[in-house]
Ligand binder design. Structure first.
Ligand SMILES: [Mg+2]
Length: 304
């Protein structure tokens, strides 16, 4: 078996576990190639000959995984996500057993599920159209603030930082959103518009009930104007009813679509998978890239 491991050595506290993984995976006759993301080795460089391998392993946090999977779209090679970052929400959404030995076994077996990505496009400060794939959530407003505020404390407490920082925003700014989703136009006020490929956050809370990364649809949610104290019922609904099937999400207006164009006045900033995009005009597009990834799963996976 030829296996390509793409690892971000700066990913976080679990960074060294990839060596345990490689050690457990290796058998006589194998070839294991390791490439390290950093200066001179961008995800585009690391993935250039990916189709020459039987497996690709992407090891890092959500940022590394997002950028690397964007380069691996439609390559057809079974791809394992190894959770070595401080935030590994995409890995949590796959739901594989997290131990290095279990992941090595799943990698060897090579059982896969076809999974979607999202694609975000926007105009930069020079008026050029830019694009980037995303695996979790992209959008405008509230969530960009969450991600920015989460950043400094990420190293210490990891994923829980996302929720704590949300609770530290007392008066979020309200904007007017025009949302064109699969040809239908809706106008509404909100503090955030999020477009999700997958939406399970920590403790198995599904932020957008019904959101799946294998249904060839994006989930779009506008969070209605509310102070954080008013959002608490939604937060609480998330805790009491993680899947959201009974209580739903009281402050969220939700759509599902293959593609959407979103205008936000005033601009509330933008992010994808925790990466903040500076200086945008408040207009962005998103579309689903259906079943473009072959993600390795085990019998515990939500995708099994
Ligand atoms: Mg979906």
């Amino acid at each position: 078996m030829r296996c390509l491991i793409i690892h971000n050595p700066a990913s976080g506290p679990r960074s060294d576990e990839i060596y345990t993984f490689a050690h457990t995976l290796a058998q006589g006759g194998d070839e294991i190639v390791m490439r390290f993301i950093g200066d001179g080795m961008e995800p585009e460089d690391a993935t250039v000959d990916a189709t020459d391998f039987d497996r690709v392993v992407v090891s890092g946090g959500d940022g590394t995984v997002s950028s690397t999977l964007d380069c691996l779209r439609d390559c057809g090679v079974p791809t394992l996500i190894f959770p070595s970052g401080t935030a590994n929400l995409f890995f949590s959404n796959i739901g594989n057993a997290p131990e290095a030995a279990a992941l090595a076994k799943a990698c060897r077996e090579g059982r896969t599920a076809k999974v979607d990505m999202g694609e975000l496009y926007w105009k930069d400060e020079n008026g050029e159209i830019r694009r980037h794939g995303f695996i979790i959530i992209a959008g405008s407003g509230f969530d960009a603030t969450i991600m920015q505020k989460a950043a400094p404390s990420k190293g210490d407490i990891g994923e829980i930082a996302y929720v704590l920082s949300a609770l530290s925003t007392p008066e979020p700014q309200v904007a007017h959103f025009t949302i064109e989703h699969d040809g239908v136009v809706d106008e509404l006020d909100g503090i955030s518009c999020m477009v999700a490929n997958t939406a399970v956050i920590q403790n198995d809370i599904n932020l957008f009930p019904g959101c799946r990364m294998d249904d060839a649809l994006l989930d779009i949610a506008v969070v209605e104007p509310a102070r954080l104290v008013d959002l608490l019922p939604t937060a609480l609904a998330g805790v009491i009813d993680p899947a959201g099937k009974g209580l739903g999400r009281p402050n969220f207006k939700m759509f599902q679509a293959r593609e959407a164009k979103i205008s936000c006045t005033p601009s509330l900033g933008m992010q994808f998978d925790g990466e903040v995009i500076p200086n945008n005009a408040g207009v962005f597009g998103a579309r689903v890239l259906p079943k473009c990834l072959d993600i390795i799963i085990d019998e515990f996976s939500n995708l099994a």
